[in-house]
Design a protein around this ligand. Structure first.
Ligand SMILES: Cc1cc2nc3c(=O)[nH]c(=O)nc-3n(C[C@H](O)[C@H](O)[C@H](O)COP(=O)(O)OP(=O)(O)OC[C@H]3O[C@@H](n4cnc5c(N)ncnc54)[C@H](O)[C@@H]3O)c2cc1C
Length: 387
């Protein structure tokens, strides 16, 4: 059959079923307990890696799949997100940093980090945001001063997911005197280098992701730790956001999908005024609306990943996924929580936790306002920029 199709390929469907079974059996049962701790479960992370989830699109010589298959990454994020939305962040982070290392790192750095990132022993986190540079990342102040044999890096990356488990962070820094995106380079900064210290956040959700601050005080990194061409890192990372954004959407929608499935079961057995609450349209119709929105957002995300796979433009679509899918997911989960009454509010059920975990994705990887600016500038042109 030619033309449009909304089916995964046989290989993708087989992978989906494998990941889904693992997620249901190994991840779903401990989700709530794990969510209360900042400890990232490296044991489960390695089990997940054994399914090939962390090597999608990364070079075969280091244990990856070799073939870039963004749809497969989306499937992994959705299925894992359905069981534990926090652990589902790992394929996104590893995908984001691993792809940059695979494309631009020296062979020594690739050998050092990529095998462990793919088989689940190591995490390389992603450090772009700074105290004075979030949405406006190009205004970063962290400096990399060229010195004999390498660079000296000073600055602060103050919103690094997975920092608690990371052996290194991919840090973006500028040559002193350079401005905006010009002069920004990327470096692998190992957490145990002299001059590196780490701070922690206690967030509203996503605790196991261990978001933290990386302080760098005149940290020496050797020349070989430069990733990609000198001064070109900004455009490199922006291109990678175009698929992490769709993957994040699916991660959140997975959590919404589970919440809706659990709520459909609940409304059929919970009774009030002598009937199952499913009989009340005040209960069933909002759920129908959320199911519609989740389905629509899900296919937007998969189409975006498919566009990437096909080598077609997808920057605007990725931004659409990023601002919309977390909102759709959060709203669906909120309704599921409310539909469970006081049980939903308690920590005996997962809704309050999923709500808080998904909420953060409205900010991480760029806020809705910034995504809408990306969309507007693609659809209208640079005239729309108000920055
Ligand atoms: C859960 C989570 C995980 C994260 N993980 C990472 C990570 O791993 N690595 C990393 O580097 N960063 C990470 N971040 C940081 C994230 O990318 C930034 O928080 C985000 O880009 C926004 O920057 P900011 O927080 O400094 O907000 P600001 O840029 O200060 O924005 C504040 C508010 O102003 C609005 N705003 C700013 N500029 C404009 C404008 N021009 N027009 C309209 N509104 C505007 C924003 O939308 C926002 O509502 C993470 C954040 C969260 C919450």
């Amino acid at each position: 059959m030619s033309g449009i199709t909304f089916r995964f390929s046989d290989e993708q469907e087989q992978f989906r079923q494998t990941v889904s079974r693992f997620a249901r059996e190994r991840l779903a049962p401990g989700y709530l307990k794990r969510s209360t701790s900042r400890r990232y479960p490296m044991d489960l992370h390695a089990e997940m890696a054994a399914l090939g989830v962390l090597g999608i699109g990364l070079p075969e010589q280091f244990g990856g799949t070799g073939i870039e298959d963004p749809v497969l990454l989306g499937i992994a994020c959705e299925e894992i997100g359905a069981a534990d939305v926090n652990i589902a962040a790992a394929p996104v982070t590893i995908g984001l940093t691993g792809a940059q290392l695979a494309k631009g790192a020296t062979s020594a750095v690739q050998q050092r980090w990529l095998p462990g990132m793919i088989d689940g022993r190591e995490v390389v986190a992603f450090g772009l945001t700074e105290p004075e540079a979030g949405s406006d990342a190009a205004s970063m102040r962290t400096t990399a001063v060229p010195v004999e044999g390498g660079w000296r890096i000073s600055g602060e990356k103050n919103s690094v997911s997975h920092l608690s488990a990371a052996g290194a962070t991919l840090v973006y820094a500028r040559v002193p005197g350079s401005e905006r995106s010009a002069g920004v380079s990327a470096f692998v900064v190992e957490t145990d280098r002299v001059g590196v210290t780490v701070g922690e956040f206690t967030d509203m959700g996503q605790l196991p992701i261990g978001r933290g601050t990386l302080y760098m005080d005149d940290v020496f990194v050797p020349t070989e730790n430069l990733v990609g061409a000198e001064g070109r890192a900004f455009s490199m990372v922006m291109g990678h956001f175009d698929y992490s954004r769709a993957a994040i959407g699916l991660q959140c929608l997975g959590a919404a999908r589970s919440s809706l499935a659990e709520t459909y079961s609940y409304v059929k057995q919970r009774r009030s005024f002598g009937k199952p609450i499913a009989a009340f349209q005040g209960v069933s119709l909002p759920l129908a609306e959320h199911a519609t929105l989740v389905e629509a957002a899900r296919w937007l995300c998969y189409r975006t990943l498919w566009l990437r796979q096909a080598g077609l433009p997808h920057t605007a679509e990725a931004a659409m996924c990023k601002w919309w899918a977390p909102v759709v997911a959060k709203n669906a989960i909120e309704t599921c929580l409310l539909t469970h009454g006081h049980y939903g509010w308690s920590d005996e059920l997962p809704f309050q936790q999923r709500f808080r975990d998904v909420f953060g994705y409205q900010i991480g990887d760029g806020t809705a306002q910034i995504q809408k600016q990306v969309i507007a500038s693609r659809l209208i042109g640079p005239e729309v920029r108000d920055r």
